[in-house]
Design a protein around this ligand. Structure first.
Ligand code: URA
Length: 232
């Protein structure tokens, strides 16, 4: 990668500003003054400094967004607010990793890391997703058995889900596929109804409840390492 590209990607300044930094002799690569800004560097292994301060190159960004109701999980829409409206506007290629319905709240990973998103969303990897659910009617023992065996609804088979009771009308379900309206349709198959839905976990990544709804934060290194780990 060109040095000036790496520096501007690392938010060290605009292309013009970083060119000037190089010209002024303030940028070093592996301890040597960089001769020009089009120098090819290995962004993952070379040490780049400005005035002696190391520049960390991050190819991808990863945010945990606490999605509020009222936003669609899409990168653009001409007539509805999207989750992109809640994010910084200057990150190229940012997108939501997966979808939550407009009225669903909770954890949404926002990234520009296509390969990781592909892996997390691919049915092959069976990434676990856990939801907190408030439902209209109590569940019978038979309903719970059906959820745990996997329901069929309108010709679609849903894989077994893990059920945890919270109260007569609240529970968590953990599912490992990402079918359209999956949780709502599982409840419809039981002649029940989801009143409130919030995603609280994706793989090992738990929703940080200290984030305000509609806000986001960067993932910690250990959260990211866990997300990238192969499923056992
Ligand atoms: N299942 C649903 O029904 N809706 C969501 O938003 C996510 C999972």
């Amino acid at each position: 990668m060109r040095l000036d590209r790496m520096l501007s990607n690392a938010h060290a300044g605009t292309r013009t500003q970083v060119k000037k930094l190089v010209k002024d002799g303030r940028v070093c690569v592996n301890g040597e003054r960089a001769p020009h800004s089009s120098l090819q560097i290995d962004e993952n292994n070379d040490t780049v400094t400005i005035d002696g301060n190391p520049i960390v190159y991050e190819k991808y960004v990863y945010f945990m967004l606490y999605k509020p109701a009222g936003y669609i999980s899409a990168t653009e829409s001409s007539h509805e607010p999207t989750v992109m409206d809640l994010m910084p506007q200057d990150i190229r290629g940012l997108f939501p990793c997966g979808r939550l319905d407009r009225d669903t709240e909770g954890l949404l990973l926002m990234t520009n890391d296509g390969p990781l998103a592909h892996k997390l969303l691919s049915p092959k990897y069976r990434t676990e997703k856990e939801y907190y659910i408030e439902h209209a009617l109590p569940l019978s023992a038979e309903d719970v058995q059906r959820i745990e065996k996997g329901v069929v609804y309108e010709g679609v088979q849903y894989r077994p889900a893990k059920y945890k009771r919270i109260s007569d009308t609240a529970c968590t379900l953990t599912v490992c596929e990402g079918k359209y309206h999956e949780i709502k349709l599982i409840f419809s198959s039981l002649n029940n109804h989801v009143d409130y839905l919030k995603r609280i976990r994706m793989k090992n990544l738990k929703l940080d409840e200290s984030i305000k709804k509609g806000s986001y934060r960067t993932l910690t290194e250990s959260e990211l390492d866990d997300l990238k780990e192969e499923n056992s």
